[in-house]
Write a protein that binds this ligand. Structure first.
Ligand SMILES: [Zn+2]
Length: 194
């Protein structure tokens, strides 16, 4: 699948939603991303996992690591295609860790798989964690690079698609000026189940 086909699939499955949204940062945007929408369908998840696995077909990956929560499902699916192990990292008291006795062996060849990369903060925390374990980090993939190629890591980064999502301060938002009703999908109320 090329970028356009993947973008179309993301639109069909409501991963890419257009309208007038308030992000958790408080900024307003016309594009909202929700990867969980496509990951509820194993058939589509497997298709995306094949695409990611193909990007790394010349590498022997021992372990795929996904940061919780967004990276859990897709990293598992990618590991399944690669025939490798899969674990997830999670935050405890604000610190990214492997819990539940999950471990990384020294020199294991590791691929990090995330759903959306915006600033790359979570991925960098996973990189630090893996470096503590002396893992051999091969690279990083994500379903979406929302920074449109602006984010940089110390290891190779291969996203499935790159998007440029503009956002605006509330008082500069052209959709507010047109009095288009706002949707707050990232509000704390919605996230309270975490
Ligand atoms: Zn607005």
């Amino acid at each position: 699948m090329d970028q356009t086909e993947i973008i179309n699939l993301f639109k069909e499955t409501n991963v890419i939603q257009t309208g007038h949204f308030e992000l958790s940062s408080g900024r307003h945007t016309d594009t909202y991303l929700q990867c969980a929408q496509i990951l509820q369908y194993p058939e589509y998840t497997n298709k995306l996992a094949v695409e990611i696995a193909n990007l790394w077909e010349n590498e022997d990956i021992d372990l795929v690591v996904g940061p919780a929560i967004g990276g859990i499902v897709i990293s598992y699916a990618v590991a399944s295609k690669m025939g490798s192990r899969n674990i997830f990292s999670e935050r405890k008291n604000g610190e990214m860790k492997f819990r539940r006795n999950l471990e990384v062996k020294e020199n294991e060849k590791v691929l990090i798989v995330e759903d959306v990369v915006t600033t790359g903060g979570s991925v960098r925390e996973v990189i630090d964690l893996l470096e503590d374990f002396m893992a051999d980090i091969v690279g990083i993939s994500s379903l979406v690079d929302r920074s449109n190629g602006q984010v940089e890591f110390a290891y190779t980064f291969k996203p499935l698609i790159q998007l440029k999502v503009d956002s605006y301060k509330e008082d500069e938002c052209k959709f507010c000026k047109k009095r288009i009703p706002i949707n707050k999908p990232g509000s704390k109320k919605v996230k309270s189940w975490i």
